[in-house]
Ligand binder design. Structure first.
Ligand SMILES: CC(C)(COP(=O)(O)OP(=O)(O)OC[C@H]1O[C@@H](n2cnc3c(N)ncnc32)[C@H](O)[C@@H]1OP(=O)(O)O)[C@@H](O)C(=O)NCCC(=O)NCCS
Length: 333
């Protein structure tokens, strides 16, 4: 059943009601309509087909659809995090034939009004962007942090044989003399991220970015993160220099047997970054068959040496040149 959000929303500014759009809260039944308007989105790396059902179950998330004459033409998800202070905006998409007409702007403002009514304590809106930000965006947003995006693709079977050929198999005894990375269990994660300040120098602007979602290291966020399938790694539990989060591979609609592997890497030591990258690749391609789009987010100066390593040693294909991932925020007014 569709819920008409006019029942639960505040009075909207006149400009919004003039746009001729209806807004509804998304339900399981809307999945096919959403997918129909989202074809080829994010270069085929759309996470929504895999995530949609779990999004529907998350208590702190609202997914809003914009409809025109009853037809779904846009989607936006808002999630309240950081102890209720932050509204995280995700999944924005507008049907191709409706782009460039201001629909995204209207939907964003609608969602903001809705969240302000439901969660009056929300202070800021946060989002991550990988498109080209212009001067207007920098006026609108504060930059929280920036990571470089390294996107490569490979067949899991090819990477596996390459890893064993060059002796980069289990435990990743790469060229480094560093000890093996440590895979953290939930207790160790909580201890390291919440009860010490050891991660403050490692995380960019003290932000845990996991698969495009920026979180402050606070208990309510850790509860969200610990429910997800993620491998958490550090080089050294007592004095970490590099930390990483690898989201378990999931299917993306780019083609049959295509997977997306997301690695968020924090820290500036190239050797340690390479070591954790290899460890994640080794762990997650061991049982995988098919094509993998592997996206690593890392400290921008490390992009070039890591891209060279990927091309020359791992023999994988570079999908795109250097791209920024910006984490930005603006005040909720
Ligand atoms: C990006 C997209 C949603 C823009 O839709 P649109 O209806 O053509 O955009 P508008 O005409 O409303 O104009 C842009 C407005 O949306 C905002 N916007 C554009 N991209 C945005 C993004 N990724 N996140 C948040 N806001 C964005 C702009 O800042 C602007 O806001 P303003 O009205 O306050 O100035 C649309 O092109 C699309 O669906 N692209 C494919 C999916 C995609 O790339 N989504 C971005 C996720 S990172």
């Amino acid at each position: 059943m569709k819920i008409d959000t006019s029942l639960i929303t505040p009075q909207l500014p006149e400009a919004l009601s003039q746009a001729g759009l209806q807004f509804t809260v998304a339900t399981e039944d809307d999945f096919d309509d959403i997918m129909a308007m989202s074809q080829d989105i994010y270069g085929g790396l759309d996470y929504l087909p895999t995530r949609y059902n779990s999004w529907m179950q998350e208590a702190n998330r609202t997914v809003i659809l914009a409809r025109k004459q009853g037809k779904v033409i846009a989607l936006e998800s808002v999630c309240v995090i950081d102890n209720g202070e932050t509204m995280l905006v995700e999944g924005l998409r507008v049907a191709p034939q409706e782009r460039g007409k201001g629909v995204a702007g209207v939907l964003l403002r609608f969602c903001s009004e809705l969240v302000k009514t439901k969660y009056p304590e929300v202070k800021v809106t946060r989002l991550t962007r990988d498109d080209q930000l212009g001067p207007k965006d920098f006026q609108k947003y504060r930059v929280i942090t920036k990571q470089g995006i390294l996107l490569v693709r490979f067949r899991a079977e090819d990477l596996r044989s390459c890893l064993s050929e060059v002796g980069l198999g289990r435990n990743s005894e790469s060229s480094t003399s560093n000890p093996s990375p440590v895979l953290l269990d939930p207790t160790a994660i909580q201890r390291l991220y919440l009860t010490t300040d050891l991660m403050h120098g490692v995380l960019p602007n003290t932000t845990i970015i996991q698969d495009w979602q920026p979180f402050k290291p606070v208990p309510s966020n850790m509860a969200i993160l610990l429910k997800k399938d993620i491998d958490w790694m550090v080089d050294d539990m007592s004095s970490p220099t590099v930390a990483s989060l690898c989201t378990f591979p999931f299917r993306v609609p780019i083609g049959d047997d295509w997977y997306y592997l997301n690695i968020d890497m924090f820290g500036k030591d190239l050797d340690l970054v390479r070591q954790q990258y290899l460890c994640h690749l080794q762990r997650h391609t061991a049982a995988l068959k098919g094509h993998v789009m592997c996206q690593m987010f890392l400290d921008p100066p490390l992009w070039k040496p890591m891209a060279e390593f990927c091309l020359s040693t791992l023999k994988v294909e570079l999908v795109k040149e250097y791209t920024d991932q910006y984490v930005v925020e603006s005040d909720v007014v």
